[in-house]
Design a protein around this ligand. Sequence first.
Ligand code: ATP
Length: 235
Amino acid sequence: MQPIISIRGLNKRYESGFHALKNVDLDIADGDIFALLGPNGAGKTTLISVICGIVNPSDGEVRVDGHDIISDYRGARERIGLVPQELTTDAFETVWATVSFSRGLFGKPKNPAHIEKVLKDLSLWDKRNDMLMTLSGGMKRRVMIAKALSHEPKILFLDEPTAGVDVELRRSMWEVVRSLREHGVTIILTTHYLEEAEQMADRIGVINAGEIILVEDKNELMSKLGEKRLTLQLE
Ligand code: ATP
């Protein structure tokens, strides 16, 4: 099957001259939860930003569901929902208005039934008339996800969805992500934590200093790490 994300020979050099992504080749399968795992400064946000068309690559090719991110930006963008690391919500806006306004930005016809479904899937329905200012951090994060799903994208990017959240919230975010996959959305998330990648992902890519150093099915990676741990214990 054709991958939903296909990246070939991707390089990103910032104006400062810093080489943030180095010859990245990566395929992500339709319907997968893919975790991009790496330490601070590895290039996770840069890679997401290039795939989403926010940052231009220095060279290489990125195709999103067959659409080239540069020459067919609109085609690619329509397929993408992005939840950035920083929450960007308007304190005075209600949950419903935030999500339906976001759908309008894509020129999509109004579809209250879709907004209702998204809010119910994210357990936000009872809060639909609440102003964002009144919500907890976890609920605000859910609103950001609902906003990103408002235009019915095929792919959802979550940049460090659990950065700075407590253990309980982290677990509830894992549940949200797994339930979204049931609806056929491909999910690409970034994380620092192996445990988080293990809990959520089907496939894990490890990035370090701008290079993808490994891509494996989660179960294979975990059994290899298990053997390694065992060997280390025996030594
Ligand atoms: P974190 O986990 O801390 O968010 P990350 O893996 O997402 O890190 P990036 O934010 O992609 O990493 O940054 C990768 C590298 O590129 C870092 O060394 C960063 O300082 C550098 N970088 C990011 N943005 C720019 C920029 N606009 N100009 C120059 N260098 C940049």
